[in-house]
Design a binder for this molecule. Structure first.
Ligand code: DSN
Length: 417
């Protein structure tokens, strides 16, 4: 991928893009919701498809000149349906938040009761947090994890669902290191007559590889972002059973969005084709193997992980025993080139802004080709740094380790700007 016009025309933006490429190349991205999309995915976004307005859906548009974007969008729809074994796919949502809001708009009335996971125990803003439209428009009751196990207790979920009788149950999380057993959730949803939404944004790649239970045939609605473990462009999709197809399409456009981003839809089509290849299964399986190896190393080094480890691609470090804040821990790692994020942990004594946890994961470093041996190296240095966050020698050791790994596992070598 060679940039030509941009460097000539806009040196300021070029320089910032160049520095960002270098930051990603020279560091280790361990924020579990980030990844490195393929050059093909990135190239699909840098196309003239971006110029086209296409309100509506393939062959039902409001403007003329859609003969090619119709085919692009139809390809994306067909590939998504095949990949996820879904009756219907809407590939237009620009982001996960908008996708969730569109699902609510399609199915709920303001004030309807919904069950979703608490943000500070792993959920998402759009799963009913009071500062978000979801929590303001709908009557969300929020579930969490048990304090002793830090794991969701399905008996508690059943009791809550029976008591609250929600119209919808939202599953999925952004900071929960265990799995969602969709079959068990469906049984509870059926018992109380609730619709089931599976937000699989984080672990979508693992649903494809079989490392996490698949949401279909249990969920009524499935949504996912496309840039996390799916490794596509920054965007989202909604998958449904046929009976909800019309309502979902109406809720996305004209309900919550205008003209779709056809260049991003093209990039989604490219990533769905990539995810349908056997190599992707190996990739997603390796994400989990790496996460388990990393969790084991951190634990062996005396770091406490929420719920004792992970089943998926991410884990949460409890910073309380280390006597540092999540901010200090994630900042000192970032200074040495390991990017994680500060995060609340269940029953956090801190706040959302100053939490006492660090969230980290393996999707992006697995994309670079790293395996269990590298996880041991990374886990060992992370533990050492967090236990000695003011020690300059150890910080230097972190820097050297990151440089060595980054050089050994190059990223975007073909990218010149
Ligand atoms: N911001 C995303 C994440 O990091 O998990 C969720 O929307």
């Amino acid at each position: 991928m060679k940039y030509e016009q941009l460097p000539q025309q806009d040196p300021e933006i070029t320089d910032l893009v160049r520095q960002e490429i270098k930051r990603q190349q020279d560091g280790l991205v361990m924020i579990p919701s980030e990844n490195h999309a393929s050059v093909a995915v990135l190239e699909a976004m840098a196309t003239v498809l971006s110029n086209k307005y296409a309100e509506g859906y393939p062959h039902k548009r409001y403007y003329t000149g859609n003969q090619y974007v119709d085919q692009v969008e139809q390809l994306a729809i067909d590939r998504a349906k095949a990949l996820f074994k879904a009756d219907h796919a809407n590939v237009q949502p620009n982001a996960g938040s908008g996708a969730n809001i569109a699902i609510y708009l399609a199915t709920l009335k303001p004030g309807d009761k919904v069950m979703g996971m608490k943000l500070d125990q792993g959920g998402h803003l759009t799963h009913g947090h009071p500062v978000n439209l979801s929590g303001q428009l709908y009557n969300f009751v929020q579930y969490g994890v048990r304090q002793d196990t830090e794991i969701i207790d399905m008996n508690e979920i059943r009791d809550m669902a029976k008591k609250e009788k929600p119209k919808m149950i939202v599953t999925g999380a952004t900071a929960y290191p265990r799995i969602f057993d969709f079959k068990a959730w469906k049984e509870i949803a059926d018992e109380v007559g609730a619709l089931l939404l599976a937000d699989i944004s984080h672990f979508v790649g693992l649903c494809i590889s079989g490392d996490h239970p698949a949401p279909f045939p249990y969920a009524d609605f499935v949504m996912t972002t496309t840039h996390k473990t799916l490794r596509g462009p920054r965007s989202a999709i909604i998958l449904t059973q046929q009976e909800h197809a019309k309502a979902i399409d109406k809720a996305v456009f004209p309900g919550t969005q205008g003209g779709p981003l056809e260049h991003v839809i093209a990039a989604k089509a490219v990533c769905f084709a990539e995810a349908a290849k056997p190599e992707f299964i190996n990739y997603a399986q390796q994400i989990v193997k790496n996460a388990k190896a990393l969790a084991e190393t951190l634990t062996d080094e005396g770091i406490r992980l929420v719920s004792g480890g992970t089943d998926i691609h991410l884990m949460l470090i409890d910073c309380n025993p280390l006597k540092i804040s999540g901010r200090t821990g994630s900042n000192v790692l970032a200074e040495g080139g390991i990017y994680t994020n500060r995060n609340t942990i269940p029953y956090d004594p801190g706040s959302a802004f100053e939490p006492t946890g660090i969230r980290l994961g393996t999707p992006a470093i697995t994309t670079r080709g790293m395996k269990e041996d590298q996880m041991k190296i990374i886990g060992t240095i992370i533990a050492k740094v967090l236990k000695n966050s003011t020690n300059e020698e150890i910080k230097k050791e972190l820097n050297d380790t990151v440089t060595e790994l980054a050089n050994q596992f190059p990223l975007y070598p073909e990218m010149t700007i």
